[in-house]
Design a protein around this ligand. Structure first.
Ligand SMILES: Cc1cc2nc3c(=O)[nH]c(=O)nc-3n(C[C@H](O)[C@H](O)[C@H](O)COP(=O)(O)O)c2cc1C
Length: 363
C-alpha cells in the first residue's frame, strides 16, 4: 500500500516517545471491553478481537474492561478479573497478540464503584459516600478505611499481574464517574476524613493507588491516567478542578500520560448530536497547564480532524474507539492517502454498543 498520506497527515504518523517506549504513530486505540470474556477469563474470541484491532496499526493500545477487586466482580463475569492469578495466562495471550503488531500495550484498571447499578453484582455497590447514582435505585455502601486500603492493594495487584503478563503499563480509570472519579469529585465524595472535605483530600485515594502501583511495578512501567476533564454534571468536576488535579500529578511526576475525556456514565460515549472533537479544548488546557503528554478522544472520526488537533497543540496523541470499530482500515487508508475511503463512525451508538452488549451491558 502507498504511503501518500504521510504528506497529508505528517503529524499523525510521527513517532512519539513515552517513558522508555517509542510509539510508531500518534494513534491510540482507546479502552473498551469486548464482553467476549467468560468467568472473568479471556476467550479465543476475545484474543482474535484484540489481534485484529492491533493489526489496524495503532501505536498505543489500551485494553479495557479489567476489574481490580473481587468485590467488583460482575454477576455475568464478562470482564477480566485482573486481580486474580488465574487471569494472568489469558492476559499474556491478549497482550502478546497486540505486541505482535508493534503496538505498545496498556491494560486499563477499572472499578466502577456506585455505577455497578441494578444488581450487576452480588455485593452492594461501593463508593466514597452513600450518594445514590441517578442510574440506580439504592445508595452505595460507604467505604471504610480498611476497605479503601484493600481496594488500593487490588489496583496494585492487578497492575502487577499485568506486568507479569507482559504489558508495557496500565491506565488507571479515573474518569466517567467511576470509583476513582467518585473520590475526586465533589458531587460524590462527601467524606470528612482524610479522603474528602477538600480537593487535596479527595486526591488521596488516587495518590495511594499510584504510590502502591509504583511500589509494585517500578518507575519504568507506564502509567496513564484517564480523567473526565469536565464531568458535565451538577456539582461534578469542572475543567478548573481537573487542571488542579493534572498539575498535582505533573508535580509528583508519577504519571506518564493523561488521557482526557468528558462526561460520566451514560454521557461519555458521545453520540451524533455532539460536535466532533468535543474534548479538544479541555485537552489543550490540561496539556498547557500541566505540561504532561495528553491523549484526546471522543468523536474524532476523520484523519483531517486528528491531524488538525495535533497541529493546534490540543494533544500529543489521538484516541479512537468507535472509529476503529467502524473501519479497521482507518489508519491504513489514512496513511495511503485514501482518507475518503474511510467508513466513518456515525455516532449512532447502535451496533458497537450492542455488539458490546454482549460486551458491557450498560456503559
Ligand atoms: C463498546 C464500548 C466500550 C467502552 N468501554 C470503555 C472502557 O472499558 N473504559 C473506558 O475508559 N472507556 C470505554 N469506552 C469509551 C471509549 O474509550 C471512548 O472514550 C468513547 O467511545 C469515545 O471515543 P470515540 O468517539 O472514539 O468512540 C467504551 C466505548 C465503547 C463504544
Amino acid at each position: 500500500m502507498s504511503n501518500r498520506g504521510l504528506e497529508r497527515f505528517p503529524r499523525l504518523f510521527e513517532a512519539f516517545t513515552v517513558g522508555s517506549h517509542v510509539l510508531k504513530n500518534r494513534l491510540v486505540a482507546l479502552a473498551h471491553g469486548t464482553g467476549m470474556v467468560h468467568d472473568g477469563l479471556v476467550t479465543d474470541e476475545d484474543i482474535a478481537y484484540w489481534s485484529e484491532l492491533a493489526a489496524s496499526d495503532v501505536g498505543l493500545m489500551i485494553q479495557g474492561g479489567i476489574t481490580v477487586h473481587a468485590g467488583a466482580t460482575l454477576r455475568h463475569r464478562n470482564r477480566i478479573e485482573g486481580y486474580s492469578a488465574a487471569a494472568i495466562a489469558g492476559l499474556c495471550r491478549r497482550c502478546a497478540v497486540a505486541k505482535a503488531h508493534g503496538a505498545v500495550v496498556l491494560g486499563q484498571l477499572t472499578h466502577i464503584g456506585r455505577e455497578s447499578t441494578g444488581g450487576e453484582q452480588d455485593q452492594s455497590a461501593v463508593a466514597p459516600s452513600p450518594v445514590r447514582s441517578p442510574r440506580d435505585l439504592f445508595a452505595p455502601h460507604e467505604l471504610d478505611q480498611m476497605e479503601i486500603a484493600d481496594l488500593v492493594a487490588g489496583f496494585a495487584q492487578t497492575a502487577a499481574n499485568l506486568q507479569q503478563a507482559g504489558y508495557d503499563g496500565t491506565e488507571v480509570h479515573g474518569a466517567h464517574g467511576y470509583l476513582v472519579a467518585q473520590f475526586l469529585s465533589p458531587a460524590t465524595n462527601r467524606r470528612t476524613d482524610e479522603y474528602g472535605g477538600d480537593a487535596e483530600r479527595r486526591l488521596r485515594f488516587l495518590r495511594e493507588i499510584i504510590e502502591a502501583f509504583r511500589g509494585r511495578c517500578g518507575r519504568s512501567f507506564l502509567l496513564s491516567l484517564r480523567l473526565s476533564a469536565d464531568e458535565e454534571t451538577a456539582d461534578g468536576l469542572t475543567l478548573e478542578d481537573s487542571v488542579a488535579i493534572a498539575r498535582a500529578m505533573a508535580a509528583e511526576g508519577a504519571v506518564d500520560l493523561l488521557n482526557v475525556t468528558l462526561g460520566v456514565r451514560g454521557t461519555y460515549v458521545k453520540d451524533a448530536s455532539t460536535p466532533k472533537g468535543i474534548a479538544a479544548r479541555a485537552a489543550k488546557r490540561l496539556r498547557e497547564t500541566s505540561g504532561m503528554p495528553v491523549i484526546v478522544g471522543q468523536r474524532i472520526t476523520r484523519p483531517e480532524l486528528a491531524e488538525q488537533l495535533l497541529a493546534d497543540g490540543c494533544a500529543d496523541l489521538i484516541g479512537l474507539a468507535r472509529a476503529l470499530i467502524a473501519d479497521r482500515d482507518w489508519i491504513r487508508k489514512a496513511r495511503a492517502g485514501d482518507a475518503t475511503a474511510i467508513r466513518p463512525c456515525l455516532g449512532v451508538n447502535q451496533d458497537c454498543r450492542c455488539t458490546a452488549a454482549h460486551v458491557e451491558r450498560r456503559i
